[in-house]
Design a protein around this ligand. Structure first.
Ligand SMILES: *Cc1c(COP(=O)(O)O)cnc(C)c1O
Length: 234
């Protein structure tokens, strides 16, 4: 077994254990493999192990892999990085999900630029659940208005919420934030019953996120290894 396969299987196993510990069905929590800065060959190797959903943070780095792997046409590509106006067209034309929407203007551009022959682009709204100043994401007070706007856009399909947890060793604080995300999603589901996705949990806090109701964990380091340099090519 290659190191990559060992890592991947270990993450799968951890996720299965986290689900059973939480009394949840393993089918209910999707594993998103975060392949940012890693080469297409590594993505293809993980694809060969059965993985189908991949997350990318940088438009050009992601496009290089989408192009190189276009023969694998059942990959779900998730854009999970900050998105600037001048890059929305590329994302609208090539990705299946965008998880980081926190401004109506960016959503509107994606809606206008999503090609007619493609299914609507799946959207998660990013919530700044810790309220840290430097973090992206809407405040809880802004969430309803953004959800209302996005739900009206015909080329987008609003699917749920996403957060990046606070860097803290305080598990109880973290759990409170994760539980609050779950409550925010449940509230929105009353108005938008199609919402089915709560993206939270990374390598360091996957188990807690699953216990608090995550339906998608985003795992990079524990599958692909440490990132030794940040991709700086947009
Ligand atoms: C990099 C990244 C991840 C993966 O983080 P790891 O700690 O490497 O598992 C998840 N979500 C987002 C938004 C990221 O940018």
């Amino acid at each position: 077994m290659s190191t990559l396969e060992q890592h991947y299987q270990a993450v799968r196993q951890r996720l299965n254990q986290a689900c059973s510990a939480a009394g949840r069905d393993a089918q209910d929590v999707k594993l998103l493999a975060v392949s940012k800065t890693k080469p297409a060959a590594m993505v293809e190797a993980v694809y060969q192990l059965g993985q189908r959903s991949f997350g990318e943070n940088y438009v050009q780095d992601g496009m290089d892999k989408i192009t190189a792997l276009s023969h694998l046409d059942d990959i779900d590509w998730h854009f999970i990085g900050p998105l600037q106006s001048n890059k929305t067209r590329t994302v609208a034309e090539h990705f299946h999900w965008v998880e980081t929407i926190d401004r109506e203007k960016i959503a509107r551009r994606l809606n206008d630029q999503r090609p007619d022959h493609m299914p609507p682009l799946n959207i998660l709204l990013q919530v700044n659940i810790s309220g840290e100043e430097q973090k992206s994401g809407v405040t809880t007070a802004q969430l309803d208005a953004l959800a209302a706007a996005v739900s009206q856009m015909p080329r987008l399909c609003l699917r749920g919420l996403m957060c990046i947890a606070e860097h803290t060793g305080d598990e109880e604080k973290l759990a409170q934030q994760f539980r609050q995300m779950k409550t925010l999603l449940s509230d929105l589901q009353g108005r938008y019953p199609q919402l089915d996705t709560l993206s939270m949990g990374m390598s360091a806090d996957m188990e807690l996120a699953v216990a608090c109701g995550s339906s998608e964990v985003r795992i990079g380091t524990d599958i692909f290894g440490a990132r030794d340099y940040p991709a700086n090519n947009g």
